[in-house]
Design a binder for this molecule. Structure first.
Ligand code: SF4
Ligand code: SF4
Length: 371
């Protein structure tokens, strides 16, 4: 007798997503800091708040070759490059790009050249509209968003990694309009307030209005939004079925780091291959976004992708739960250039149609203008 998932995969749309992900193969991922410096000092940057810049990179580029060889031997095939600012370390970035499938996060102030970085998925960070980004990230002086828009205009490698704070939901529409007009897609993230500034930045208010704004953008630009309504809910509420997000459930912890000893023994799924490397390429830390920060403040979308992806079993209760899992898998692969780009672009609207809950649609259509 066919299992439930085999029955659901007789749906041609789901079969298409499943086949694309299967053909791309499983990911054995790590995260790496390429440098411990940055050309900005954003308010609430976990990298500097947590002292992750203490480990300095070597000046010797051969160290990167050694690292690559070691990780290849270990079976690594996917690398997320995080902070400091990777555009300040182009030579090691190129080596990683040539060796693995990678994704890089940048603040967009220095363009990553096309030459030698073809096909590189680039997540360009933005935290709000021109004024908000200028205040939170540019010290009141630098137009961070404007510069990044100019640097990545029409660049098919780039997508926006848009971090929204609870009190800034009213900016979502204008920011997304500009990103899409710039020729780029948008993935959302939720502001952590690691410096406890409170007020409009305080995550304790919850992200209901931000999610409503995201839903409106999904309905307006279904071909350009890289996050489903369901995933936005998982990330911003920290709830996945009966489980609560935190260190005890997080799947992206350095598996052999002493601080995670209890975590990896508690029976919850985790990525056994994962390590979060500091910029010295040797030492590791608890996870890519923290040393000892309170996990209650963690709304990092990248980590929540992994949480969903590694929890297939909890998504086998119904076809809609399975669809939620499979679309999350597919979107991660699509964002990272691991499945066919043209096919992915074509499938995005149907992914949103299937995952936008009726509740979200009703709320959007009753309260707000959606197009
Ligand atoms: S650009 Fe990124 S690494 Fe640099 S200060 Fe801002 S959040 Fe931190
Ligand atoms: S800060 Fe986030 S990614 Fe790090 S262990 Fe906590 S929940 Fe996981």
């Amino acid at each position: 007798m066919a299992s439930p998932s085999e029955t659901w995969l007789t749906d041609p749309f789901l079969a298409r997503l499943h086949s694309a992900v299967r053909s791309a193969g499983p990911l054995r991922s790590i995260s790496v800091d390429l440098t411990n410096v940055c050309n900005l000092r954003c308010t609430g940057c976990y990298y500097f708040a947590e002292g992750m810049d203490a480990a300095a990179p070597s000046d010797d580029l051969d160290e990167m070759d050694t690292f690559i060889a070691r990780e290849r031997d270990r079976g690594t095939n996917f690398v997320t490059v995080v902070g400091g600012e990777p555009s300040l370390a182009l030579e090691p970035l190129k080596k990683l790009h040539e060796a693995f499938r990678i994704n890089v996060a940048t603040n967009g102030q220095i363009p990553i050249p096309r030459d030698g970085f073809e096909g590189l998925p680039i997540g360009v960070s933005v935290w709000g509209n021109r004024e908000t980004d200028r205040q939170l990230r540019g010290g009141g002086k630098i137009d961070v968003f404007e510069r990044a828009l100019a640097n990545y205009s029409g660049d098919e490698r780039a997508f926006w990694y848009y971090t929204v704070a609870p009190g800034h939901a009213n900016e979502v529409e204008g920011v997304v309009d500009r990103c899409v007009a710039n020729g780029n897609r948008v993935l959302f993230n939720f502001y952590s307030d690691v410096e406890s500034r409170g007020g409009d930045l305080d995550y304790r208010q919850g992200f209901d209005t931000v999610r409503e704004a995201i839903d409106r953008m999904i309905l307006r630009y279904p071909e350009s939004i890289l996050m489903t309504s369901l995933l936005a809910e998982v990330v911003s509420t920290g709830r996945l079925f009966g489980a609560q997000w935190g260190h005890a459930t997080c799947t992206s912890v350095t598996a052999d780091h002493p601080v995670n000893e209890d975590r990896v023994r508690n029976g919850k799924p985790f990525n056994r291959h994962f390590k979060a490397y500091n910029a010295d390429l040797r030492s590791t830390r608890r996870c890519c976004t923290g040393v000892d920060r309170d996990c209650d403040s963690c709304f990092d979308t990248w980590e929540h992708f992994s949480w969903v992806m590694l929890n297939l079993r909890s998504h086998l209760g119904s076809k809609s739960d399975f669809t939620s899992w499979l679309t999350t898998m597919y979107l991660f692969y699509f964002i990272n250039g691991l499945v066919d780009a043209e096919e992915g672009a074509m499938l995005l609207p149907e992914i949103h149609r299937r995952t936008m809950g009726e509740r979200s649609k009703d709320r959007c259509q009753t309260n707000l203008t959606c197009s």
